[in-house]
Design a protein around this ligand. Structure first.
Ligand code: ATP
Length: 240
């Protein structure tokens, strides 16, 4: 069973044009893929459908075998615990410590403090920020803040990690470091999908690319074991 399956998914917002049009694809368990396309192509909409932050107008979205769009609202918290999300502006709380920011999803999920502490340390360790627990995010660099955001996204040990422009504000070197972090999560079995405008970076990194063009999906194919730049001829026309 794939980790993610979109089956003929279209999404129209009230009063708007179609944001996604008959999108079908699968992400295998443990796969790493980029989602790219011009501004307004539908990238964020596609990610939101997996979290039931939006519902499709047509078609079905499956995460871990469960149909997300018909899922009861009582099941949605369980879905969201399976899925870690990283945002461009990381949405950290600046009046809380790094520890409190990363621990937040665990507290919401009802973890005991000792178990939460263990998991927060493991998550901070996985992004190279062990020892930053008592710091305030405002004292950290942009790259470090983004790592805190990633630690928070993985603290629940999600099976699926989604990122929406996670390197949007970072310089090329830091962006590459952040992408390498995502790759490390893939290496331990997490399925990763990253929406990004940064074509230069993803061409350097290789991997499968899902390309949205005005709501229509093109797929570079499952090239995750190919070398960098392999198979990227399709979609070279896509505006960024
Ligand atoms: N809540 C909403 N209500 C109405 N229209 C929306 C809403 N959210 C998105 N749209 C429209 O749907 C289309 C796709 O938007 P979406 O945010 O998914 O694109 P995107 O590829 O993530 O863009 P960007 O790279 O600029 O973030 C756009 O035309 C947008 O204006």
């Amino acid at each position: 069973m794939p980790m993610v399956r979109f089956d003929g998914v279209s999404k129209s917002y009230p009063g708007g044009k179609e944001a996604l049009s008959k999108v079908s694809f699968e992400l295998a368990r443990g796969e790493f893929a980029f989602l790219t396309g011009h501004s307004g192509a539908g990238k964020s909409t596609l990610l939101k459908l997996m979290l039931q932050m939006e519902r499709p107008s047509k078609g079905q979205v499956f995460v871990d075998g469960d149909c997300v769009n018909t899922m009861k609202s009582s099941q949605v918290p369980f879905l969201r615990r399976k899925v870690g999300v990283v945002f461009q502006n990381h949405q950290l709380l600046f009046d809380r410590t790094v520890y409190d920011n990363v621990a937040m999803p665990l507290l919401i999920a009802g973890y005991q403090p000792a178990e939460a502490a263990r998991r927060v340390r493991a998550a901070l360790d996985s992004v190279g920020l062990l020892g930053f627990e008592r710091r305030n995010p405002i004292e950290l660099s942009g790259g470090e803040q983004q790592r805190v955001g990633i630690a928070r996204a993985v603290v629940n040990k999600p099976q699926l990690l989604l990122a929406d422009e996670p390197t949007g504000n970072l310089d090329p070197e830091l962006s590459e470091e952040i992408m390498k972090l995502f790759l490390r999560f893939q290496q331990v079995g997490v399925t990763v999908l990253i929406a990004t405008h940064d074509i230069a970076l993803i061409e350097r990194m290789g991997h499968r690319r899902l390309i949205l063009d005005h709501g229509t999906l093109h797929d570079s194919g499952t090239l995750h074991d190919s070398g960098p730049r392999a198979g990227f001829e399709r979609g070279d026309h896509v505006r960024t």
